[in-house]
Design a protein around this ligand. Sequence first.
Ligand SMILES: Cc1cc2nc3c(=O)[nH]c(=O)nc-3n(C[C@H](O)[C@H](O)[C@H](O)COP(=O)(O)O)c2cc1C
Length: 107
Amino acid sequence: MAFPHLFSPLQLGSIELPNRIVHVPTDISSSHADGEVSERDIHHHRDIARGGTGFIIVGATTPDMATGRPTVTCLVADGDNYVPGLARLAESMSAIYVTGSTSGYAT
Ligand SMILES: Cc1cc2nc3c(=O)[nH]c(=O)nc-3n(C[C@H](O)[C@H](O)[C@H](O)COP(=O)(O)O)c2cc1C
């Protein structure tokens, strides 16, 4: 087998990933106009998790609306009011890491 460890678990800090398949961050620009998590965000990421991907990195997420947003409808996480939606997004997957971005793609 070319990648003998691909389907074996991996310890990442306190999290055990079920395999080493990673979904790179891809902003699908489908959040609400104010940056709130949308149902489309939930369905998109949940479906990737259901496919068996071990680790999903969510795309561009602005930590400060005042300094910019890489796409008009990317996620926003610059206030406590966004926490419930982001928590719901996290719960819809098995693992999550949110990339922060102010003016472009960044981690
Ligand atoms: C449609 C699209 C959206 C992307 N959105 C993000 C993003 O939000 N954040 C980020 O860090 N990278 C983003 N990227 C970059 C990808 O995560 C990845 O680094 C890039 O596609 C190169 O992958 P590769 O090294 O496997 O060829 C995006 C790429 C594409 C094609």
